[in-house]
Design a protein around this ligand. Structure first.
Ligand code: FAD
Length: 380
């Protein structure tokens, strides 16, 4: 029988045609959505539902962003190269699964520990790491996760488990990660039973595909291979310039920018963003290396006499392993809006759920701003 194991490793982590392309946009496209990950797709869908036309500009030749599902007919199940789990009862995600009739199933919350060439059960995994994750820094100051961990009177082994989890799950450098943010996020995750993990039967890619298919063709145009390099804006008007093969300019009344913090640093805004840019520069993206291995048989069943779901280790390069079982940002002058997982402040950051919530939130903000503008006040 074919099965696979997943391992994760983390390390520290542009000929332009000068034609203004307004006429090539759908006649009523009022908003530019930049990035067709889950945040961008949800934002476009919500704008469409509200009858607001948009152009969705995506740098790559595929949608989904950090959601990337490989459909391998020979395997019989989808292989997730990006996001894989729904963490807990994530309301926005579950609502979409319901809308599109996409099935999900729970992955047993069973953890093993690999240490000194031995694999042992770790039934109390969450109880051992939660005190470190949820602990709040004292007063109004913030400290790094590393500093907080040093102060906590926890058993050394629990500390190293928590450290490996932060490096693995959050892709974060413990010396840089904000303990305040981590504790907020862990507490928010607790409210939706974030320790429980679910998978989409057809993979997250199916959700991205359904979202794209649900975009009203008369209102939303998706433009792939359109990496935006600069945004000129003034209240009520945005001009986005794309580079490469499809070097073009796009005009609209507002834009929702869902570009993640890394590539965001390369985007130029004119005029500059000021405070917003300073805040963005405080965000870091961790680099992730996810390796998918395919085996002829589930050899671990023979060796361990049990199924394997999650394995944790203090091994430096690949601290987190799991099997496929049971398968075999706010408004700038009502013109620029920000979405994407990194812009959701209230917990659950870094997840598909936060990307989905941010897309719907940004679309509602744009709709409110557009309806508040008198038509004569809009830029021509
Ligand atoms: C390996 C891996 C595993 C993960 N596992 C999970 C998981 O199990 N569960 C979970 O909930 N989350 C997981 N995540 C996180 C989750 O994938 C993200 O939080 C979520 O998909 C982010 O969505 P987004 O729309 O905010 O950003 P993205 O998905 O990054 O979308 C941004 C889009 O913008 C495009 N773009 C970038 N620059 C430009 C530009 N200049 N012009 C135009 N387009 C541009 C990109 O190509 C991309 O399509 C994982 C992430 C990774 C990398």
């Amino acid at each position: 029988m074919i099965n696979n194991l997943f391992g994760v490793r983390f390390a520290a982590i542009r000929g332009m045609d000068t034609t203004v392309e307004k006429n090539r946009q759908p006649g009523n496209a009022r908003v530019l959505v930049i990035g067709a990950g889950l945040a961008g797709l949800c934002a476009a869908l919500e704008l469409g539902r509200r009858g607001i036309g948009c152009v969705l500009l995506e740098a790559r030749d595929r949608i989904g962003g950090r959601v990337w599902t490989l459909d391998e007919p020979a395997l019989g199940f989808p292989v997730e190269l990006g996001a894989e789990f729904i963490h807990g009862y994530a309301p926005g995600t579950l609502q979409l699964l319901d809308t599109f009739r996409l099935a999900s199933f729970e992955v047993p919350d069973r953890h093993l520990l690999a240490q000194k060439r031995k694999i042992t059960g770790l039934p109390d995994f969450w109880q051992r790491i939660e005190p470190a994750l949820e602990s709040r820094p004292q007063g109004n100051t913030d400290v790094s996760f590393h500093e907080q961990l040093e102060r906590l009177p926890l058993p050394p082994h629990d500390k190293s488990l928590a450290r490996a989890f932060v490096e693995g799950f959050h892709a974060a450098d413990p010396a840089e990660l904000s303990q305040r943010a981590l504790s907020l996020e862990s507490t928010a995750a607790g409210r939706i039973e974030g320790n429980r993990a679910f998978r989409l039967l057809r993979g997250y890619g199916a959700l991205a595909a359904e979202l794209a298919a649900a975009l009203p063709a008369t209102l939303c145009e998706l433009v792939p291979r359109a990496p935006v390099e600069s945004l000129r804006w003034e209240p009520g008007q945005v001009e986005a310039t794309t580079t490469g093969h499809l070097a073009r300019r796009f005009l609209a009344e507002a834009a929702i920018v869902t570009v993640p913090p890394g590539p965001f640093q390369r985007l130029t805004f004119s005029p500059e963003l000021g405070e917003k840019r300073k805040a963005l520069e405080l965000l870091r993206s961790g680099a992730v290396l996810k390796i998918v291995l395919r085996f002829r048989e589930c050899f671990w069943r023979r060796k361990l006499a049990q199924d394997v779901y999650f394995i944790h280790s203090s091994q430096r390069h690949f601290p987190t392993w799991w099997s496929a079982q049971p398968f075999q940002w706010p408004v700038l002058k009502n013109t620029l809006f920000f979405a994407g997982e990194a812009t959701q402040a209230a917990g659950l950051g870094g997840t598909v759920e936060s990307a989905i919530q941010s897309g719907f939130r940004a679309a509602a903000e744009v709709a409110a701003a557009l309806s508040a503008q008198a038509p004569h006040a809009r830029a021509a």
